[in-house]
Design a protein around this ligand. Structure first.
Ligand code: SF4
Length: 182
């Protein structure tokens, strides 16, 4: 039985006594599904460099990503719906990154973590991809070198906001635009 701070048993909750609050609510199915999806993201880290270390700290106990329902890290693309690309991507890795993205089930989202993933960063070199959006559609870019754990968490919260609002993933928007152009 729940007890108060003084150890006395708490009375049973009575919504009428609490001001007549309604004991039901209405919503739309798609709103509920979007809410559930936003709060149960399963990230797959594609960590190639130092940004990956910052990702590890985000999912550790200190920052506790489970507060936002996104702590179930998966290393199989078939079990993930959020690809977090953390680090420098060289051109040779491009086909692998794309294959991993293609293996993820729909709906799926991508976060580009750090300047290397987002734009090549300071690697203005022939062998470095100058932004992973040349390979996969990116939904949220997180700036920084490396981004702090708080910045990555902000990126995840921003993605959750997009999912809850019903905004399509970048991939869905590209497909719709291609279909409209046909
Ligand atoms: S953005 Fe900075 S920290 Fe991240 S992979 Fe590039 S060099 Fe490393």
């Amino acid at each position: 039985m729940p007890t108060s701070g003084k150890g006395e048993p708490l009375p049973a909750y009575d919504p009428k006594a609490a001001g007549g609050a309604a004991d039901f609510f209405t919503t739309r199915l798609e709103t509920m599904v979007a809410w559930a999806r936003a709060n149960s993201l399963w990230p797959l880290p594609f960590a190639t460099a130092c940004c990956g270390i910052e990702f590890m700290s985000v999912v550790s106990s200190h920052y506790d990503l489970s507060r936002f329902g996104a702590e179930v890290v998966r290393f199989s693309p078939r079990q993930a719906d959020l690809l977090i690309v953390a680090g420098t991507v060289v051109d040779k890795l491009g086909p692998t990154l794309r294959k991993i993205y293609d293996q993820m089930p729909e709906p799926k989202w991508v976060i580009s973590m750090g300047v290397c993933a987002s734009s090549g960063g300071f690697y203005r070199a022939y062998h470095v991809t100058q932004g992973i959006d040349e390979i996969v559609p990116v939904d949220v870019y997180v700036p920084g070198c490396p981004p702090t754990p708080e910045e990555l968490m902000y990126g995840i919260l921003e993605l959750q906001r997009k999912i809850r609002s019903g905004e399509k993933s970048r991939d869905d928007r590209s497909a719709a635009a291609a279909a409209a152009a046909r």
